[in-house]
Design a protein around this ligand. Structure first.
Ligand code: A8S
Length: 175
């Protein structure tokens, strides 16, 4: 487990970059969480700031997606490349390669792990990111901004996963 963590969540951090790892405990089975996370073509399913997304090819490593951002943020579009999609180990890696925003050289890796929460099957999600610190901003500001966005994403992901899990368990208990 530690080896696995190092393999995917250790990032090379340059002088003018910031990096951090966030975790989220989700009260839903890993299959539900992973089925949402792995959809590189549909980030808007759980990311509240994304309005829509167009995939430029198949759902495979190297493919780009064009993401539109909702109004009210210091961004409008983002071009992102799928770097890693492993359904066995449940790892998703994404790099931002362009767009109208301030996050240059952004890259992130998400892994999900089964865990037991209150005696039920749950999921631990771990997300690590690295990004350049934009001119005119400090490392702290940049880290704070990105962490706030990711925390919003993970909060929504947890809510949606937990809703699906509740629906599923409702079905099986009446069966
Ligand atoms: C993600 C993570 C991030 C996305 C950021 C940090 C972004 O989509 C938003 C605002 C920006 O200023 C940058 O996993 C960008 O999506 C919501 C457009 C990239």
């Amino acid at each position: 487990e530690a080896e696995f963590f190092c393999k995917y969540h250790r990032q090379e951090v340059g002088d003018n970059q910031c990096s951090s790892t966030l975790t989220k405990h989700i009260k839903a089975p890993i299959d539900i969480v992973w089925s949402l996370v792995r959809r590189f073509d549909e980030p808007q399913k759980y990311k509240p700031f994304i309005s829509d997304c167009t995939l430029r090819g198949d759902l495979k490593v190297g493919t780009l997606r064009e993401v539109n951002v909702k109004t009210g943020l210091p961004a409008t579009t983002s071009t992102e490349r799928l770097e890693l999609l492993d359904d066995e180990q449940r790892v998703l890696g994404v790099k931002i390669v362009g767009g109208d925003h301030r996050l240059r050289n952004y890259s992130s890796v998400i892994t999900v792990h089964p865990e037991t929460i209150d005696g039920r099957s749950g999921t631990l999600l771990v997300e690590t990111f690295t990004v350049d610190v934009p001119e005119g901003n400090t490392m702290e500001e940049t880290c704070y901004f990105v962490q706030a966005l990711i925390n919003c994403n993970l909060k929504c992901l947890a809510e949606i996963s937990e809703k699906i899990a509740a629906l599923n368990s409702g079905h099986s208990s009446t069966a």
